[in-house]
Design a protein around this ligand. Structure first.
Ligand SMILES: O=P(O)(O)O[C@@H]1C[C@H](O)[C@@H](CO)O1
Ligand code: GUN
Length: 290
């Protein structure tokens, strides 16, 4: 466990607030190949992770490593173009570091996105799965970012995780999907995080299928756990980039293919996330440029 103290999150948040006038209400974490979600932001201020004090570095292809602030339909947002994964060698505390920084910046809602493999018969590559719940496999065996002394300033020692994917936002996203004419490629499902970096063996994919997992990936759950702990409202979606290999003659998975599906679906995802942000209600009084 490599816990960070409150001051370390605060230092990073203070530095960012000294560099930008934006005061974000919504944060977006872009999954593999989904960095284009930041392109819709207006009046951008962007920072390379390497220039932000205390920030970890992105090492995965398809994750640019930039934090982008900007306006989207009247809401102030911050977008991570590139996330941190446990398999890169980061501690879970580092992979989730930005989430607590967002909290200190005044963010109220976190949107997490990822690329994932499908185990459900009804989920095809290119489909969008709205995450209704997750199985945090590393978390179940103690690889949890909340391990170690609890920081009561962020949240309680034993936070509830039932209902961590906000029902109202899920409903709104499905409604928007219908209006955009993409409801046919959208459905709710359960995401499971595994450690990676290898894709699943056939036996592992079959096991996950039997356990009721709809889509599997290598991220998201730790970020959602930390966000829920500190009281952020969470919305999550998986872009299904491939079917998992459940038979010896299944097509094998590769990272290039994962990124390619992201490119093909970029426009739809951007529309969906933009509309969701535009129509979601925000309770706090933060506005950018103040
Ligand atoms: O950051 P995400 O979860 O979208 O990335 C997924 C999982 C691996 O990092 C990568 C495999 O292609 O995509
Ligand atoms: N674990 C895992 N992560 C993915 N990310 C994108 N596709 C996959 C997959 O099939 N398995």
């Amino acid at each position: 466990v490599h816990n960070k103290c409150h001051d370390e999150y605060q230092k990073t948040a203070d530095w960012l607030m000294s560099q930008t006038k934006h005061r974000p209400q919504v944060a977006i974490i872009c999954g593999s190949g989904l960095g284009m979600l930041a392109d819709a932001l207006k009046c951008q201020d962007s920072f390379a992770y390497s220039d932000i004090p205390g920030f970890p570095q992105s090492t995965v292809q398809g994750h640019a490593g930039r934090l982008v602030f900007g306006e989207l339909k009247g809401k102030s947002c911050v977008c991570m173009q590139g996330r941190f994964h446990m398999y890169e060698g980061h501690s879970l505390c580092k992979t989730t570091f930005p989430v607590r920084v967002f909290k200190l910046l005044g963010v109220e809602t976190l949107i997490v996105t990822n690329a994932a493999g499908s185990l459900a018969d009804g989920l095809q590559p290119g489909d969008i799965m709205i995450i209704k719940d997750h199985v945090n496999f590393p978390g179940l065996v103690g690889l949890n970012p909340l391990c170690g002394p609890n920081d009561d300033k962020f949240g309680p020692r034993f936070p509830a995780m039932s209902g961590c994917y906000d029902k109202g936002l899920r409903r709104l996203a499905m409604e928007i999907g219908k209006q955009l004419g993409v409801a046919g490629v959208m459905q709710e499902g359960v995401y499971a995080m595994v450690g990676g970096p290898n894709f699943e063996t056939i036996a592992e994919a079959r096991l996950l299928h039997r356990l009721g997992v709809d889509a599997v990936g290598m991220s998201t759950a730790p970020e959602v756990v930390v966000a829920t702990h500190c009281g952020l409202r969470v919305f999550g979606l998986s872009l299904i980039t491939n079917k998992c290999c459940t038979h010896i003659d299944s097509d094998s998975v590769n990272h290039e293919g994962v990124l390619e599906v992201g490119r093909l679906r970029s426009h739809t995802l951007q529309q969906l996330v933009t509309e969701l942000i535009s129509r979601m209600e925000i309770n706090n009084n933060n506005t950018s440029n103040n």
